[in-house]
Design a protein around this ligand. Structure first.
Ligand code: NAD
Length: 521
């Protein structure tokens, strides 16, 4: 019998009348756990609990909060393999990628544990000798968080860890496709010594369910900040609600990321980079490459080598085979959308170079290394040729194993085409030409750029985020994320004992008569 879990509210497990099952993404017969579907009242209760807990946590000295974050990192080190196995089982990432994603949480904790001993403000000179000016970073209050399924530990940690370090309390609605992983995260937060009620986890669906209820809490005045990772459509809704409540949300949204291969590129490196960018995690990354933009003189050679590599991609159940490039779809919705994109490609007039939709016993790609492809949703690696800007295939994010090849002629067209999408998350160029790399770096409309590396991947101390349809300019990771979870408090400390007014009572130095330098010598 699968275990039934509760919401984590005020340090207690709380049940709901309605439940849902979270299943092994690679074997849908395997139920990972049964989870409660939060009601509006339960989400509201979690916010009220967090408001109370905030009063204590925000007054806990930052170095002590940092120590707790350090212990959270230690717990993740100890549980690294168990957590990675759970990530692989619940959402289908390969074990190697899952371990990497746990390491990203550890790196984030390591970075922020010491920030507890910095969290610097500034001393600022005053216009008066008996007055001092200073700034403090203050926590915002209660943060509502909603996250996606594809990075169920790393991405939430980018929000939870700095928000906690800065003294905020949290109500987190994780993806229903990664509920067990989120529950484990919550228990490790408890173990680390975060007081009850500071981090509350409510489980459930998105639209019309726990996700919507949490967004509504902005209108009820129970949240001071919202942080979201997911699709651009939902991000826009959150942005609108946050806007009318004068909150500045963190919005990390979708992508259709360009990877440019120029005529002078190291082709083997570029093929490997494009392969991983397109197909790692089965293309279910916000940073997955969407369009590979290839310089005309090497288009045919690149396509030949790329298609040869695609034909050999190993696909299977990542719980059983460790060296697959990708496993199953995270959920049926992503699978259905990906199946539908075949019709889009045909209607667009693109050329299907590789791919035959769902993997079934009668429709196995060369690299299939699993047992039963119908135990879950597995897709053929799919490659489209003759894709042009303006096509839906070029423009729309498809969250699955598919990639477009787009022919261009020269660096100017490559950059124009790379910028011709509504998104602006990640980007990459393969070239040995220093000037082309520089031009790309200078003119690309993206939050992140790699030169001779993939569109995917992130380090825990570099800002992560996008422009255009990929976000609202907020950044996660590194010192930059602190701007999202604190406000600047400016303090005037006056010991003069009298009314003294800046600009009006300031003893400005009087200038003497003007010096005419030419008349001096
Ligand atoms: P999604 O927006 O459908 O779901 C994400 C989360 O929002 C889930 O927890 C879901 O339950 C909730 N949700 C969905 N609809 C909601 C609604 N109407 N109201 C409230 N909550 C709602 O996204 P998805 O399809 O599950 O995830 C894939 C998307 O996330 C892709 O677009 C991907 O690019 C993006 N993503 C972005 C980043 C980033 O850092 N920029 C990282 C990972 C994923």
């Amino acid at each position: 019998m699968p275990h039934t879990f509760g919401h984590l509210i005020a340090g207690k497990e709380v049940a709901s009348a309605t439940t849902f099952e979270s299943r092994n993404a690679s074997d849908l017969a395997d139920v990972v756990g049964v989870f409660p579907e939060a009601t509006r009242e339960q989400v509201r209760e979690a916010c009220i609990v967090a408001r109370e807990a905030f009063k204590i946590w925000s007054k806990t000295p930052a170095p002590i909060r940092g120590e707790v974050i350090g212990r959270l990192g230690d717990a993740f080190v100890r549980e690294k393999d168990a957590l990675a196995r759970l990530v692989t089982r619940e959402m289908g990432k390969t074990f190697k990628e899952a371990r990497g994603s746990v390491q990203e949480v550890i790196d984030t904790c390591r970075f922020f544990q010491s920030e507890g001993r910095r969290l610097y403000g500034q001393t600022v000179p005053s216009e008066f000798s008996n007055k001092e000016l200073s700034t403090y970073r203050r926590p915002l209050g209660v943060v509502g968080m909603i996250t996606a399924s594809n990075f169920p530990l790393a991405v939430p940690s980018w929000k939870i860890v700095p928000a906690l370090l800065a003294g905020n309390a949290i109500v987190w609605k994780p993806s229903s496709d990664a509920s067990a992983v989120a529950y484990a995260f919550g228990k490790l937060i408890e173990e680390a010594g975060v007081p009850a009620g500071v981090v509350n986890i409510v489980f459930g669906g998105g639209r019309g369910a726990a996700g919507s209820f949490l967004i509504d809490m902005m209108d009820e005045g129970l949240l001071n900040k919202f942080a979201f990772t997911g699709s651009t459509a939902v991000g826009r809704v959150i942005g609108e609600v946050a806007g009318r409540n004068l909150l500045h949300p963190t919005l990390e949204l979708g992508g259709k990321n360009p990877l440019v291969v120029m005529r002078d590129a190291d082709l083997d490196n570029a093929v490997q980079g494009a392969l991983f960018s397109a197909f790692a995690t089965g293309g279910q990354r916000c940073t997955s490459a969407g369009n590979v933009i290839v310089d005309a003189p090497i288009y045919d050679e690149f396509a030949k080598r790329f298609l040869a590599a695609v034909a050999e991609i190993r696909i299977g159940d990542p719980n059983q085979v460790t060296d697959v490039l990708y496993g199953p779809f995270i959920n049926e919705r992503f699978f259905e959308d990906w199946v539908a994109h075949y019709d889009v490609g045909v209607a667009d007039g693109a050329t299907l170079l590789h791919g035959r939709k769902r993997i079934t016993p009668d429709n196995l790609p060369l690299g299939w290394v699993g047992t039963d492809p119908e135990a879950a949703y597995y897709g053929w690696p799919t490659v489209w040729g003759d894709v042009r800007p303006g096509m839906k295939l070029f423009q729309n994010e498809v969250f699955g194993p598919t990639i477009n090849l787009v022919r261009v002629d020269g660096i100017d067209e490559a950059i124009d085409v790379a910028n011709a999408v509504d998104y602006g998350l990640s980007s990459a160029i393969y070239t040995m030409n220093r000037d082309w790399a520089f031009q790309f770096k200078d003119r690309i409309e993206a939050g992140m750029t790699s030169i001779n590396n993939t569109t995917v991947g992130a380090e825990a101390h570099l800002p992560f985020g996008g422009v255009k349809g990929s976000g609202n300019g907020t950044r996660e990771s590194g010192i930059w994320v602190l701007e999202s979870y604190t406000y600047w408090h400016a303090v005037n400390d006056d010991v003069s004992g009298k009314l003294q007014l800046a600009q009006m009572d300031t003893a400005y130095a009087e200038p003497k008569g003007a010096v005419d330098v030419a008349s001096l010598v």
